[in-house]
Design a protein around this ligand. Structure first.
Ligand code: PBG
Length: 321
């Protein structure tokens, strides 16, 4: 009989043989940034997460840094939305201003990643320009590149396009290079599925599409091989880091991509995944700390190099990990 229990008999021996550790430096905390000052709006569908103005963002980030969080990803929530998402590349926009002040306060101690997309900025809520009910590809990537450039000019350490238009990574790389931002890497949301797990985020960002859905640009959850093609395609376009999103229902994709990609892999533990855990924990149905530890462990076991998670703050502060 093989005595498999021999290596489980004490916590010291379990730690000795453990194959996976949660990489704390690999956790990225998301933030929703508002215009103005002194603002903090709780997001009802994401208990524990708020939209904040720049001053409160600085406070939150500083306290997270004390707990050991070193990276953030920022989403801008503008007051004015229009058909082409003009606010997205406004150098005085909430997100651009927030990047500037974070970099000024924390320098290289903090890695600032910016989400590049139009859906938070367009009045129709789609991630690109719309004509006759269709989402246009090529004109949209010009605007996305302009948006990424405005983030780089504000001082972003890395830009993360999440729109899923074809050719955006190349367009962003070319424009950044042209403007001498050679050293700003691109984290591409490469295998981003059309998912109901984004529900609470759209509530948080007011970015739900006003007509139709995102099926003509985000990936079909039925497809696995397509994710491999999408990753290879994004690498060829010049991505520096690739991403799989959502996470929990896409562990097979995470595993496959980690095996085929030679680039670092980011996994996005999205809003719906967070809210499900949170609401069950609030009702006392589950042990939140242990569940969050297990979920974060599973991403690293599947092959993630880094994880964007709304749980990051509490996981670090409460020593769940
Ligand atoms: C913007 C964007 C979305 C998310 C990240 N960037 C929403 C969407 O595609 O509808 C989702 C993040 C989350 O659910 O936590 N395109």
């Amino acid at each position: 009989m093989e005595r498999m229990r021999n290596l489980r008999k004490s916590s010291t021996i379990r730690d000795l043989v453990a194959e996976t550790n949660i990489k704390r430096e690999g956790l990225i905390m998301p933030h929703f940034v508002l215009e103005g000052e002194g603002r903090r709006e709780e997001i009802s569908s994401m208990p524990g997460i708020s939209r904040v103005s720049q001053d409160n963002l600085l406070r939150d980030v500083e306290s997270d840094m004390t707990a050991g969080i070193k990276s953030v990803i920022l989403f801008g929530i503008p007051q004015r939305k229009d058909a082409s998402g003009t606010e997205a590349w406004n150098s005085q926009g909430a997100l651009q201003q927030a990047v500037k002040s974070l970099k000024k306060s924390f320098g290289d101690e903090l890695l600032v990643i910016t989400d590049v997309c139009l859906c938070e900025y367009t009045d129709h809520g789609h991630c690109g320009l719309v004509e006759d009910g269709k989402i246009l590809n090529d004109p949209s990537i010009d605007l996305l590149a302009k948006t990424a450039l405005s983030h780089a000019r504000a001082g972003a350490d890395m830009v993360a396009p999440s729109d899923m238009m074809d050719g955006r990574v190349r367009a962003i790389r070319d424009l950044l290079d042209e403007e001498s931002f050679f050293d700003v890497p691109i984290m591409s949301y490469s295998a981003k599925y059309c998912s109901a797990f984004y529900g609470p985020f759209r509530d948080a960002a007011g970015s739900a599409p006003q007509f139709g859905d995102r099926k003509t640009y985000q990936m079909d959850p039925r497809n696995g091989q397509e994710a491999e093609r999408a990753i290879i395609n994004n690498i060829e376009q010049g991505a520096d880091i690739v991403m799989v999103k959502p996470a929990l229902s896409y562990m097979d994709i995470i595993k496959t991509i980690s095996q085929i990609s030679t680039l670092p892999l980011c996994v996005y533990n999205v809003s719906g995944e967070y809210s499900m855990v949170k609401s069950a924990a609030m009702q006392g149905f589950i042990d939140e700390g242990r569940i969050v530890n297990e979920i974060l462990t599973s991403f690293f076991r599947a092959g993630a190099d880094m994880v964007i998670s709304y749980h990051a703050r509490e996981a670090m502060k409460n020593k769940w990990i």
